[in-house]
Design a protein around this ligand. Structure first.
Ligand SMILES: *Cc1c(COP(=O)(O)O)cnc(C)c1O
Length: 399
């Protein structure tokens, strides 16, 4: 009887693999809260002056949240520009109907890539005269101006014009008639430093260098050229860093880039990592669990086997160091995290069954497990945790 009912839901096309019939919440998945994103952007924007724009940084598929969803809700919250890392990320946003200005934060250095960028209405970041000239030629070919942002290096030694040569090179750039300089920016190297006085002093030094340069090139500050410097941490450091626009990633997703708590700021995590209990077993005292037998039960133990592992992006380094939540209660993960599964000690619980959902990251009631906690335990940064989740985890938008 029951089997028949279940079967009735299927389309019995004999060529079908029924792949589409698999529930995205069948194994392990990421829930993305659009509302959390929107309210985070709104809150962060309230810290900016009215004229200061908010660029939502949605590189790496929106820090693993799904760039399209993040872009939509960030725009609802008041973001007026978007930042991506690659040409493909930019094109994907354009094809999903996003109309706001998009800046590519990575470096495009071939004529081919720059043409593709131009044709998709994406602004490249320009770090040298060579690429600037290519853009000018492309603009000239189409009889238009190629919109772009210039970047200067003030201490990161990554992309950007060489600091000491920029003023002289800018003279030349000013004569290019087929480019349109939409922005001039730089990037902070240490605004999120654990040592907050170090973060402040090194960031202030970069800010001063940046301002000196802007004074020297003597651009009309009221002109349309957007000046920008701050990432999340820089934005939260001080208003001095805001200029015409801030480029915000991490804090928009709900996490503070610095350990100091910000007054009047309550960010909500937008990511919920959830997993199904695939199996439950009871082991005696003295029984080893998982590869290498690194965990041995000290009592009769009830174990839940969860369908998620390091191939989904949960760092193996976290083996035995994290808790998993169910109905606001925490249960310790035990034994080595394996490629596709991990075990949790659920001794004493009676509400966890095969098919129950457990929470690895996110909030439930007044408890939260944050990527910041995982980062601390695995000696990395929260940015790396959230952008490591693989495509094997479906992204499900929840509100
Ligand atoms: C990634 C990135 C940002 C955003 O940084 P967060 O610390 O996540 O806010 C800003 N600017 C540039 C150039 C970036 O590459």
């Amino acid at each position: 009887m029951q089997i028949q009912q279940t079967i009735q839901g299927f389309n019995f096309d004999k060529n079908s693999t029924f792949e589409k019939d698999i529930d995205p919440k069948q194994r392990a998945w990421i829930e993305v809260s659009g509302k959390a994103l929107e309210s985070n952007v709104r809150q962060l924007r309230s810290k900016l002056s009215k004229s200061c724009q908010f660029m939502a940084v949605v590189k790496a598929d929106g820090y693993g949240h799904d760039a399209k969803v993040v872009a939509e809700y960030a725009i609802k919250g008041g973001a007026s520009q978007l930042g991506v890392a690659t040409l493909k990320e930019g094109i994907k946003l354009r094809s999903s109907g996003i109309k706001k200005p998009i800046l590519i934060l990575g470096n495009l250095y071939t004529k081919r890539d720059l043409i593709i960028s131009f044709k998709n209405d994406l602004m490249p970041t320009i770090s040298s005269l060579r690429e600037c000239l290519i853009c000018n030629n492309i603009g000239n070919h189409f009889g238009l101006r190629f919109p772009l942002h210039l970047k200067v290096d003030t201490g990161m030694s990554r992309l950007g014009f060489e600091y000491n040569k920029f003023v002289q090179q800018f003279e030349k750039i000013k004569s290019f008639e087929n480019i349109s300089i939409e922005g001039i920016y730089s990037h902070l190297s240490s605004a999120d430093d654990k040592n907050s006085s170090e973060a402040k002093s090194s960031s202030q030094l970069q800010r001063k260098k940046f301002e000196e340069l802007l004074n020297q090139i003597n651009i009309d500050r009221n002109h349309n050229i957007k000046i920008h410097l701050a990432n999340s941490a820089g934005m939260l450091l001080n208003k001095d860093f805001h200029f015409h626009m801030v480029r915000v990633g991490l804090s928009m997703y709900g996490y503070s880039p610095i350990s100091t708590i910000h007054k009047n700021l309550s960010l909500n995590p937008a990511l919920f990592l959830k997993v199904k209990v695939a199996f439950i077993r009871i082991i005696d005292k003295g029984v080893s669990v998982s590869y290498g037998g690194k965990f041995v039960s000290s009592r009769k133990t009830k174990l839940a086997v969860l369908s998620i592992g390091y191939a989904d992006g949960v760092p193996r380094k976290l083996s035995g160091k994290i808790n998993v939540m169910h109905n606001s209660k925490l249960y310790p993960q035990v034994g080595s995290i394996t490629m596709d599964q991990m075990m949790v000690d659920i001794t004493g619980s009676n509400d966890i069954k095969i098919g129950s959902t457990m929470l690895l990251l996110g909030s439930d009631g007044d408890k939260t497990i944050s990527p910041v906690d995982w980062a601390r335990e695995s000696n990395t940064i929260p940015w790396e945790i959230i952008c490591s989740f693989k495509n094997r985890l479906p992204r499900v938008q929840v509100d």
